[in-house]
Design a binder for this molecule. Structure first.
Ligand code: ADP
Length: 250
C-alpha cells in the first residue's frame, strides 16, 4: 500500500532520514521501532506531508504521493493522528469528533442557499457517527466530557476516534501507547485490532513498548541512523544481533 523509496531528509548537514526504503502491506499493522534519534518521527512527517523530503519518493497504491500536503493525503485516506489541539480542549469529546472535516454541508457558503434542513440532517448523521465511534472505543460515558479533562490514554482514544469519522485507509500512529496505563493500553490495542480486522484499516505505528508491539504488529521494521536495519516478526527482531547492537549503542 505504501512504498518508501530511498528517502532522505536532511537538516543542514545532519541526515535524520538517510536512504530509508520500506513497504507497508495493505491490511497490516506494521510496527516502526528503533533507538531514539533513529529518524522514525521524521520519516512519519515526510510520509504524512508535514515535511518535504530532501530526496526519494513515497508511493501509495502505486501513485506518487511525495510531498503532497496533509489535506490531499487526508482525502486519499492517509491519516496521521494528532494531539488534540489546545483550542479544542474546551470542546466535548462528541464535538471534537464532529469537527473532523468530512464534507459536511455546514462548512460552505453555498450550503447557506440550500437551506438549513439539509444541514440539520447532516448534523444528525455526524452526531450518530460520533456516538458510534465513542461506543466502538468504549468511551460513550465520556461523550459530554471536555477533551481537556481526559486522561492521556483517553485522549489517545479520542485521537484514534477522529480517524474513524472519515474513511481512513492507512493510519500512522506516533507513540499512541506512551504514558498510558495498562488498562487503557489494552483498550487502545483492542480498538486498533478491531479497526484492522473489521474495517480493513492498515496501520503503521511508532512504538517503544515491545509488549504492545508484539501483541499488535506484524511485521516490525527497525530503523537506526536514518535507514532500515531489519524487518521481521517481533521474535526475529528481538533475536537480531544488529538490532540488539543498535539499541545497546544508544
Ligand atoms: P526518532 O523519532 O527515531 O526518535 P527523529 O526523527 O525525531 O527520531 O529525529 C532524528 C534526528 O533528527 C534527531 O537527531 C533529531 O535531533 C533530528 N531532527 C529532527 N527534527 C529536526 C529538525 N527540525 N531540525 C534539526 N534536527 C532535527
Amino acid at each position: 500500500m505504501i512504498r518508501v523509496d530511498n528517502l532522505h531528509r536532511h537538516f543542514g548537514g545532519f541526515r535524520a532520514v538517510d536512504g530509508a526504503s520500506l513497504e507497508i502491506a495493505k491490511g497490516s499493522i506494521t510496527g516502526l521501532v528503533g533507538p531514539n534519534g533513529a529518524g522514525k518521527t521524521t520519516l512519519f512527517n515526510v510520509i504524512a506531508g508535514a515535511l518535504p523530503p530532501t530526496s526519494g519518493r513515497v508511493y501509495m497504491d502505486g501513485e506518487d504521493i511525495t510531498g503532497l500536503p496533509p489535506h490531499e493525503l487526508f482525502h486519499k485516506g492517509l491519516l496521521r493522528t494528532f494531539q488534540i489541539a489546545h483550542e479544542f480542549s474546551s470542546m466535548t469529546c462528541r464535538e471534537n469528533l464532529m469537527m473532523v472535516p468530512g464534507g459536511q454541508s455546514g462548512e460552505t457558503l453555498w450550503n447557506a442557499w440550500i437551506g438549513r434542513g439539509r444541514i440539520a440532517r447532516e448534523e444528525a448523521v455526524l452526531l450518530k457517527k460520533a456516538d458510534e465511534v465513542l461506543d466502538f472505543l468504549t468511551i460513550s460515558h465520556l461523550k459530554d466530557e471536555r477533551a481537556g479533562n481526559l486522561s492521556g490514554g483517553q485522549k489517545k482514544l479520542l485521537e484514534l476516534g477522529r480517524t474513524m469519522m472519515v474513511d481512513a485507509k492507512i493510519v500512522f500512529l506516533d507513540e499512541v501507547g506512551a504514558g498510558v496505563n495498562r488498562t487503557l493500553l489494552n483498550t487502545i490495542g483492542d480498538a486498533i485490532l478491531r479497526l484492522n480486522k473489521e474495517r480493513g484499516y492498515t496501520f503503521c505505528m511508532i512504538e517503544h513498548d515491545m509488549d504492545f508491539i508484539g501483541r499488535l504488529c506484524d511485521p516490525v521494521i527497525v530503523m537506526a541512523e536514518g535507514h532500515v536495519l531489519a524487518k521481521g516478526t517481533i521474535e526475529e527482531i528481538k533475536a537480531n544481533e544488529q538490532v540488539i547492537e543498535a539499541y545497546l549503542g544508544t
